[in-house]
Design a protein around this ligand. Sequence first.
Ligand code: AMP
Length: 583
Amino acid sequence: MLYKDLVRVYEAIESTSSRLEMTEILAGLFRSSDCAHIRRIVYLTQGTLVPEFYPEKLGLADKLYLRTLAMAAGTKESEVRQLWAKEGDPGTVTERMFQSKRQTTLFSRPLTLDRVYDSLLKIARSEGSGSQELKMRLLADLLHDATPVEARYLARIATGRMRLGVATQTVLDSLAQAFATKADKPVVERAFNVTSDLGMVGEVLCNEGLEGLDRLHVTVGNPLRAMLAERLPSPEEILERMGGRAMFEYKYDGLRVQAHIDGERIKLYSRRLEDLTGGFPDVVESLRKAFRGKSAIVEGECVPVDINTGELLPFQEVSHRRGRKHDITAAMEEYPVRVHLFDCLYLDGEDLTELPLPDRRTALTRCIEVSEEVRFSEARVLDDVEDVERFFTEALTAGCEGLMAKSINDDSAYRAGARGYQWIKYKREYRSEMTDTVDLVVVGAFHGRGKRGGLYGALLMATYNSETDRFETACKLGSGFDDATLAALPEMLDRYRLPQRHPRVDSRMSADVWFEPAAVLEVLGAELSLSPIHTCAFGKIREDAGLAIRFPRFTGAFRDDKMPRDATTTQELLSMYEKQRKK
Ligand code: AMP
């Protein structure tokens, strides 16, 4: 397959903001492609080369890319830098360069999909001495043989800025449509949720059809997409939803981990499916000691503990751990963590995800011997509102965020990747105005004035509308940033910068700078009110207004464990507002 055929599809996708149309276009591409190519097409279209949980990451540093481009185009670096500053997108810069600089195509060979993919993979994999030169040479070779429009997409993917605006859900729809029917999407989605490998799902579907998906099982070493919780404001409503009785657990404020245990080999994955193993050798070791079995997938929450008092500390203390590759030992002493396990998805060759929660919990207690470092989540089966309130207070006193209610009915299977009412969170914040923090997505920014001249004055923040798969603005966020964070923001967000509003962002405001919805920040507001300039839940309460967060403050927490679709949803904010109004 020629790369230009893929690029033609990218252009068509970029020219529409209709999800239906995108789905049609992609389904057409899948249908007309060789099955052997589907996997690569799926990854490349999502701006990656491998599933999320693999170590290879694309994203050449801008400086290195700039040098490569200058070399490939036979131009001075300063010229490239100038154009880059003007255009703001390496894709457009590259395309322009090649439009104006290309003298001859005499020695160029048309790019094939395989060549592009193989070279990019080599780039992502090369490390150590000489790797910079190798990366530059591989990429320059590709650029040399690329047409200007192909070069645009090569630049974007190489620098980690593919951003076609194609959501995972759209790819799932397209795959179902191409190789089965629209109605079969749940089957395709289930296969993705238990394997987290969209490329593989696509390939199997193309080769073997829906039946092929049956043999994709939960496997140790392949993280499952995490089951997520809905929220409700009161124990009454929670119990009613759950059929009068449920298992209530402490909701720890930590870092979710999915541990894959295969004999002595243990891997830890985050909720975003990143490999966390390197940052938590102590957790690996304590799990190894606690586990009684051959192989398993267990889930729990890592919580930092104050070594002096034994009290649980807030989540921020754990987040220090993750980036610190070089000084893990010191970090382990500074922020020791305990893991509270709450689920068992696989044990000794058996997929447990279809079993009801009580059975999974029994399996968990069977295969783990508790220790100081490895414990179970505090859990109690309750059917009485007052008992729930008491347990809730107990959880808060223990330093937890609140409670997680979990269904114990026969259909309480582990629903990988799904947010539903099988799990419901009940947090302290529901009880007051807006003492609850929300997690919002950065979609734009405004230039600063006065003391903030040259920096961002405020960020445009959005909720995720899970019904429409779009991002809706809820506030301009300008307080709560310390000087260092303020100074670091432009560079921190630069990789998400877009020349115009992202197709899945709804905004009535015109930001100075637009971003791909990617960064998630924790925000605390004073109250929720109606505003005609924000699009969150627009028209839901009053015809001419959306919901806005008043007096928002950044809490200091970058929720980089959350993907934009894990941010607070429009629906959640709406129910918080309705709750507030009732009082
Ligand atoms: P939230 O991040 O507010 O959507 O809440 C969901 C998160 O709570 C999960 O992803 C877990 O990281 C965390 N959590 C803490 N305690 C529990 C528990 N007992 N069961 C399930 N999730 C928990």
